[in-house]
Design a protein around this ligand. Structure first.
Ligand code: SAM
Length: 373
């Protein structure tokens, strides 16, 4: 059995590969041509630590990793944050399956990275039909060489993918391989009615969602199909820690208590994450745990405003502090109670519409947008 066959079987048994055509694609476009000699890998399983791979020092480990379900970082910035990677095959294939490109489709890809997915798309629809945009010129150049080694030469564009690439429009498919909080309307404008866009929709509350949009006249209507985590579109990157100045502001923050256990509000239910993302858009969550079992939940917005709720084991009520232009805990708690009142709908009942006016989250039907008002 060849290594690409092994990878395809691995994905098949994990339920990640359902469409036979993409099995052929995995065999036709060998992943090792897209992974640099030295990189850092993380198996696509919870709580697995990153490890370095070096083709010269340990060729067996390098190859074994390339043909496993691992994300492989190929660029890291000065703060140690990953800025480009060859995404894990177990997420690449479901994205391509949801995209469902046909032979004649013109595809716009955002985030060329190593060029692996641009090659898979070129294999499927022909290189002349693929335009892939990458913000980093050096990465784009490396991708061009990788693609050439694999025998493909799609159109590679260096630029901000948030603007799409109008010259190549209209597109039938838009394949986005970086996280997106606010879907750029340019992608809708540059797509044909009926076009499909697949992207990691990543609001700042909770993990990201695999989203599949269909473009109608002037708007795209999307459904959320599963979880996924991707590095964000460059212009939509978010800070990771608590907000600046929060330590000094703590004493002057408004105090209250809540009976809602803050631990229930993050990562517990995708439907709740979506309700909060829709009812309180732009609000970021952050969870900090301590060895004694206490947990601090932050809600943070750019207004600027922040709130904290401190879970302490054994207590019936939890201290809330809120600071800034908005009372963020009051809003998040109201969103939580609204979701409970709706009967705790799951991810499959939510959707997102992107139009020239912006983006809105809805429950069950596009004409039922979420609002706290
Ligand atoms: C997960 S990687 C892409 C993986 C890639 N499809 C592959 O097969 O290797 C995300 C990429 O998106 C790029 N990116 C981030 N923001 C971008 C933007 N605004 N426009 C275009 N590319 C962007 C990053 O530089 C990075 O290379």
């Amino acid at each position: 059995m060849t290594e690409p066959e092994y990878l395809a079987d691995l994905l098949l048994s994990a339920g990640r590969l359902a469409d036979e055509r993409w099995r052929d694609g995995l065999l036709a476009v060998p992943r090792h041509l897209f992974v640099p000699a030295r990189a850092c890998a993380v198996p696509d399983r919870p709580r697995h630590a990153a490890f370095d791979i070096d083709r010269d020092a340990d060729p067996d480990l390098w190859r074994e990793t390339v043909y496993s379900d691992s994300v492989i970082a190929v660029q890291v910035d000065g703060q140690g944050t990953w800025t480009s990677s060859c995404s894990a095959p177990g997420i690449v294939v479901p994205f391509l399956q949801e995209l469902r490109p046909l032979e004649h489709h013109r595809v716009l890809e955002i985030g060329t990275g190593t060029g692996w997915t641009a090659a898979l798309l070129s294999w499927r629809v022909g290189e002349k039909n693929v335009t892939s945009v990458e913000i980093d010129a050096e990465l784009s150049e490396r991708a061009r060489a990788n693609l050439e080694a694999a025998g493909y030469a799609p159109r590679l564009v260096v630029g901000d993918g948030a603007k799409g690439f109008a010259e190549g429009a209209p597109y039938d498919r838009v394949h986005v391989t970086c996280g997106v909080e606010r879907v750029p309307y340019a992608w809708v404008e540059q797509s044909r009615p009926g076009a499909v866009m697949v992207l990691p929709w990543s609001p700042p509350w909770g993990p990201g969602h695999l989203a599949r949009f269909t473009v109608a006249e002037g708007a795209a209507v999307g459904r959320l199909l599963g979880s996924c985590g991707f590095m964000m579109l460059r212009s939509q990157r978010r800070p990771l820690g608590p907000p600046d100045g929060a330590v000094e502001q703590r004493a002057e923050a408004a105090r209250s208590v809540t009976r809602v256990d803050p631990r229930t509000l993050v990562g517990d239910a995708a439907g709740l994450d979506l309700a909060i993302a829709g009812l309180v858009p732009g609000v970021r969550s952050l969870l900090e745990g301590a060895m004694d079992g206490s947990v601090r939940l932050w809600a943070i917005s750019d207004d600027p405003a922040w709130a904290t709720v401190d879970f302490v084991p054994g207590r019936a009520e939890f201290e809330v502090r809120q600071h800034g232009a908005r009372r963020l805990w009051d809003e998040v708690e109201a969103a939580f109670l609204r979701w409970v009142g709706w009967g705790q709908p799951g991810r499959e009942r939510f959707g997102v519409t992107v139009s020239a006016e912006g983006q809105r989250v809805w429950l069950d039907r596009p004409d039922q947008p979420l609002s706290l008002a």
